[in-house]
Design a protein around this ligand. Sequence first.
Ligand code: HEM
Length: 373
Amino acid sequence: MNGTPPLAWDEGLECWVVADPRLARQVLNHPGFTSGTFERSFQLYMTETAREEYHELTAFLRLWFVQADAPEHTALRRPVQRMMSASYVRSLAPRVEEFTDECLDALAATAPYDIVPAVADGISGKVMAHVVGVAEPPEVLHRWARTLSLFIGAMYRRDYAEQAHRTMVEMTEALSRATAPKAFPQETPEDRARTTATWAMNLFGGLETTSSLLASTVLEALGEPPVWDAVRGRQPGAAEEFVEKVLQRRPPLRHLGRVVAHDQELAGERMGQGDLVLVSLTGETLLADATAPAAACPVTGAAGDDGASEQHLVFGFGPHYCVGAPLARLEAAVLLRRFAARFPDARLAPEAAVWGPNLSYVGLDHLYVDLGV
Ligand code: HEM
C-alpha cells in the first residue's frame, strides 16, 4: 500500500480517509456508515445565519436520494433504476449517435478545436436533457452542475451558496416543465419537492462526471496510437474495452463521502459518531479486491448492479452504485467510434490538456486537438 494506512484521520481535512480497496467496499456497503454527508456538512461548515438564509437550498439537497439510507433510499431509487434499465440505455444508442454527430459538427465549426465545451459538455448535456426531458442547452445544464458542485465542495462560501440557490430556482422551474418527472409522484407539495429533487440529482449526476470521462477518452485514445488504429479500423469491442481502461486511469470522481453512524472501531481506529469519512477512489483504493463477496444487488437482486462484479470503484459500490454507469459507458464508446470515423487523422494539439482546479472531479477545462482535415 505504499505506506498509506488503510484508514487514517486527516488533520487538514478533519475527516477519516479510507485508502484500501477492501475497507472502501466495507464502508460503502455498511449500515454503520450513512450517506447523509450534506446534512453533516451543513452543520459543520455553514453558519447558523447562512443555514437560515439558504434553508430552501439545504432542504432541496437533503431530498436527493443519494443522501438517504435504506429503507428510504431503496424505495426512492427503485423507479429511477427501473427507468435507467439496460434496455432503455440500449434504445438510446441512435440518439446518442445523433447528438455525438451534432457535437462533432459544432467542434469542426469552431477554432481552436476544444473537445471540452463542444464535445464532452455538448454530448453529456444533450443526452441528459433528452433523458430528463428539459429544453435547456448543454452550457446551461453544465453551469448548473458546476455551481452546485462548487457549493457541495465548499459550503462555507456564501457566494457559492448564493449561486447554488439561484441554480436551484432555475432547475426547479425547468423541471416543472420536464417530461421524465411527470411519471413520478406529484400529488402533494412534498411529492413535488421530492420528485424535483430526484430529477435535479439525476441531471446533476450525469453531467460533470460524464463530461470528464468523454474528454479523458479522447485524450487517452489520441495518446495511444494502437488504440486509435483499432478504433479507426472498427475492431469490434475496441472502443468499449478502451473506455474501461480510461475509467480506471482517470476516474472522474476522486472520493465518496460517508458519515459514521455510531461510535465504532474499524481497522484498529476509534471512529466517533458524526465523523466524516472520505473513501478515496484513486490509486490503489480503486483496484479490485479479490476477497470481495459477490453480493447481489439489494434492489434488483441481479449480480453486478451494485458494482460487486466490477473490478474497480469508479461507479461506487453497494446500494448507491451509479444508476447511470451503462449510459456513461455508451456515450464514451459512441464518441470514440464516431470521432475516429470522422477525424481519422486527428492529433492532440501542443499543450493539449488544461486541467481544472476542482478538487472533487478529475476534470479537463480544455482539450485542444488538431482535427487533421
Ligand atoms: C463517468 C460517469 C459517471 C461516474 C464516474 C459516476 C460515479 C458515480 C458514483 C461513484 C456514484 C456513487 C455515489 C455514492 O456512493 O455516494 C454515483 C451515483 C449516482 N449516479 Fe453516477 N456517475 C457517472 C454517470 C452518471 C450518469 C450518466 C447518471 C445519470 C443518468 C448518474 C446518476 C447517478 C445517480 C442518480 C446516483 C445516485 C445513486 C444512489 O444513490 O443510489 N451518474 N455515480
